[in-house]
Design a protein around this ligand. Structure first.
Ligand code: GLP
Length: 240
């Protein structure tokens, strides 16, 4: 656990962790880089882009894989997670990004297909993670099996309300279903890097890091992984 004064400090440490694991993996061939959407990693993505522009974060052989995707948004919708991650980082890094196909006619099948795709491309060298205020990872809401695989899930009202800000504040516009990597799938990444900033995440961070291992806090699954870097600012770490 790395506790730092500001979100900007967190972004630098997250960028160091991601760039270091990517560079080590590049020595062995193609690299699967796991990226998360949400506001938490945005400063770190900006930092990685700045390093890339300066030649300090080469991305040869790197392909990005998303954690999750909304079900039912048309392909190309600006708030789909694939479009979001392309806009935020991967287009400028010059790398391809893949995620579950939330616009597929058969989302159950699309979830299985994405799991197979990850298995073929993986293991993910480093997975960036945020955490929901209720402890969710990806879209694994409380109650998710700690060994779950990629599947369709129903969002809690809290998460839909939290994410309404990306849909002009309209909760009704937030999809009810998603496809998300399972907690078991996420755990297969070689290195997990979780970033959380701000007081709204303090309880979730404390429960994930110091609470009991429990499906009630999906983030607690981090405790089962041999290589995790949790990067928090003072506010998010205030209950540790
Ligand atoms: C979203 C995403 C997660 C993200 C979390 C926190 O719903 N599915 O991957 O980590 O919620 O979001 P934020 O970083 O914006 O607080």
């Amino acid at each position: 656990v790395v506790l730092l004064p500001t979100p900007e400090d967190c972004a630098r440490v997250v960028a160091d962790a991601v760039a270091g694991s990517v560079a080590a993996a590049q020595e062995g061939g193609p690299v699967a880089l796991g990226l998360a959407t949400g506001s938490s990693p945005l400063l770190a993505y900006r930092e990685l882009l700045a390093r890339h522009r300066a030649g300090a974060f080469p991305t040869e052989g790197v392909t990005a894989y998303l954690l999750d995707e909304y079900v039912g948004l048309p392909a190309g919708h600006p708030e789909s997670y694939l479009q979001t991650i392309r806009r935020e980082i991967t287009d400028e890094l010059g790398i391809a990004a893949h995620g579950p196909d939330g616009s597929a006619a058969d989302p159950l099948r699309a979830a299985l297909d994405y799991e197979a795709r990850l298995r073929a491309a993986g293991p993910v060298a480093v997975q960036v993670l945020g955490i929901g205020a209720n402890g969710h990872l990806g879209f694994n809401e409380p109650g998710s099996s700690l060994v779950s695989r990629t599947r369709v899930k129903t969002l809690t009202e809290r998460t839909r309300t939290d994410n309404a800000r990306f849909f002009d504040g309209d909760v009704e516009a937030v999809p009810r279903h998603v496809i998300t990597q399972g907690l078991g799938t996420i755990r297969e990444a070689r290195h997990l890097v979780l970033v959380a900033t701000g007081g709204a995440k303090a309880a979730a961070v404390a429960e994930a890091v110091e609470g009991p291992l429990s499906a009630s806090c999906p983030g607690s699954v981090l405790q089962l992984h041999p290589h995790v870097t949790v990067v928090v600012d003072e506010a998010a770490g205030s209950r540790l």
